[in-house]
Structures are given as C-alpha cells and as structure tokens.
Design a protein around this ligand. Structure first.
Ligand SMILES: [Fe+2]
Ligand SMILES: [Fe+2]
Length: 353
C-alpha cells in the first residue's frame, strides 16, 4: 500500500478505538501516534509532522471540529480524516466543510474502508504537493525570466544613455565648449523637470534628450563654431541652423526619447517673449522640455568660460536669469529655479570643468 511508513496521528477519547486503529496501522507498517483529546491532538499536530490525522469529532472539551478550525489553514496539505458516529452524518458534513478530507463511520466494521480512505487521502495529498512544487518552480522560473528581461532592458537603457551623452559630448568637444557642459545641462534640466511636477520617467527622458540640444552643430562649419570674435550677421544665420539640423537628425526616430530630443533641439533657442529662433514662437507654444533646457543651457553657459567670454559670478548669473523672466525664459521656471537655487548650485559645484 502506498501509505506504508507514514506517520499517522489517531485521535479519539475512546481508548479502545485508539488502540485498535493504531494497532492496525502498526501492523500494516505505518508509524501511528495517539492523542486522547482535542487539546493533546492540537499540541501534537502543531509540534509534530504527521502525514495524516484520523480524528474523532465527538470528544469532551475541545471537539474535533474545534481542532479542525485551528489546524486546517496552517497545514493545508495534511489529510485529516474524521470519525463520525452512525446517525450523525451532519457533523461529518460540517467537518468536511471546515476542511476535513474525508470521513469514516463508526463503529469500524472493516479495515478495508480505512485502507481505502487513507489511500485516497494520500493520493490527493501527493497530487497537491506535486502541484505546489510545480507552481513554485513555475513562479521561480517566471521570476528569473522577468529579472533577466529587466536586466536586459536596464543595460539597454544604460547603453542608450551612454551613447546619447557621448553624442552630446562629441558636439560640445567640437565646439570647444566646456567639458561638463552637457552633463550639467542634463542635470539642471532633470532637476527643473522634477520641480515642475513632471513624473520621474518623463524627467529622466528630458535629462537624456536635453544632452543633445546642440547636436545640430555637427552641421556648423568649424570656422564659425570656433570663431573667437563677434559673428557677422550671415555667420549667425548659419549658427541658428543648428536647431533645425538637430531636429532633422532625430525627427524621424521611433524612440520617444529621440522624438523629445528633436523637439528640444528645435526649440531650445526660442524665447518666452517670441524673440528667439528658428520660429520665433512664444510662451507656452514653446514645448516645456525646450523651455526647461533653454534655462539650463543659458545658466550653464554664463557660469562657465567659453572661447569668446569668461565665466560670470554666480550672483551675476542669478540676476541675469531673474531679469530674463518673461523675456527669454518661462517666468514659472525662473521662479522654481530661484526658489530652489541651492540645489542647482550643488550641481554647479559638483561638476566643475
Ligand atoms: Fe544651441
Ligand atoms: Fe549648450
């Protein structure tokens, strides 16, 4: 029989039944244990590890139903079989409802019923266990695969960011702008986005996309890009083209972050008052990400030396930014920038040239 060598607790307040049933179980190779009442049974079940419990329902003090209440949820895989007296089938039904697996009528006239019931219970127990193991294994596999996919997408995003930042670097290097300009603009733009209430994911996109605001400068001739003196009107017209060139580079991309980069590249020289380029749009018709980048870009440009100028003092830069509220910049952004200036200052100090 399948259930040989199983440890089975026999619970009955009638000594004779306890003895007969456990003797029989011992005879067929099981390891029976005995409990004389509900309290003893509960203690043994909680502290032991039985393969099954056979339990009388009608016991003084703690009844079989009470024990069921306490153990069914804790040991869902342990078969509990109850004895029910003749004519009290409703108690057996209640026990099944409470989580007992099966019932055997008393008096026990033949052990073959007990055998059959135990066999059925152990078969079901085995299936339950296998099912659980399979489910756990499956959950484990799903968890592992999810982690792998996440890891892949994380590394893809890191790679993307790295390439994009490098691309920004290339342009800045070519135009001899300061080493960390792109990084600082990104950081300022991200911080300003968060302060605006933009969600973390979109702010992270702005952080990456803003790094490419000047990518269109790869189309600007060296002579103009690196001219130390003042630009002529024609030369300035050529410089202005970097906005449209940047836009053209990214415009057709399917990646949202590159679409955003296109938008920023096109609009980062637009001004709130409408005096900017290339389209001289104004106010909120300028995309927010571009308004954010414009402020970040100018603040960084004035606080660091360029080929044609030296760095301004922080106070002068702040006065300039404040003075350009509603002129170059979105007044709401200038407000946020000034109110939280210590945080921008921290980035400024952390990433020197
Ligand atoms: Fe620019
Ligand atoms: Fe810039």
């Amino acid at each position: 029989m399948e259930y040989r060598d199983k440890s089975i607790l026999v619970v009955d307040d009638e000594r004779a039944i306890r003895e007969v049933v456990s003797d029989y179980l011992e005879d067929i190779g099981c390891r029976p244990d005995k409990a004389a009442d509900g309290v003893e049974a509960l203690e043994k079940i909680v502290n032991g590890s039985y393969d099954a419990v056979i339990m009388d329902l009608n016991m003084p003090g703690m009844t079989g139903l009470d024990v069921l209440d306490k153990v069914v949820l804790r040991f869902p895989e342990m078969p509990i079989i109850v004895f029910s007296g003749v004519g009290v089938l409703d108690r057996a039904v209640e026990a099944i409802r409470k989580g007992a697996w099966d019932f055997i009528s008393k008096p026990i006239t033949s052990f073959s019923v007990l055998d059959l019931t135990l066999n059925r219970a152990f078969e079901r127990s085995r299936l339950l266990r296998e099912n659980r193991i399979y489910r756990e294994h499956l959950e484990d596999e799903v968890r592992k695969k999810t982690e792998q996919v996440l890891e892949m997408s994380r590394s893809l995003i890191t790679t993307q960011k790295e390439i994009i930042l490098r691309l920004g670097d290339v342009v800045e290097t070519r135009s001899h702008e300061t080493a960390y300009h792109v990084h600082r603009v990104s950081e300022y733009a991200y911080l300003l986005s968060i302060l605006c209430g933009i969600n973390e994911k979109d702010a992270a996109d702005i952080k990456i996309a803003s790094a490419m605001h000047d990518v269109g400068k790869i189309g600007t001739p060296d002579g103009i890009l690196n001219k130390p003196g003042k630009l002529t009107g024609d030369e300035f017209e050529i410089i202005k083209q970097h906005t449209v060139t940047g836009y053209t580079i990214f415009r057709t991309s399917e990646l949202p972050v590159l679409k955003l980069a296109a938008e920023i590249a096109l609009n980062h020289h637009e001004q709130w008052c409408g005096a900017g380029y290339p389209n001289a749009i104004s106010g909120e018709s300028i995309p927010l990400a571009a308004r954010i980048t414009a402020l970040a870009d100018v603040f960084d440009a004035v606080t660091h030396a360029r080929i044609y100028k030296s760095a301004w003092k922080i106070e002068d830069a702040c006065n300039f930014i404040t003075g350009q509220s509603q002129v170059m910049f979105d007044p709401a952004l200038v407000d946020l920038f000034m109110k939280n200036f210590s945080m921008f200052r921290e980035i400024h100090d952390r990433l020197p040239d």
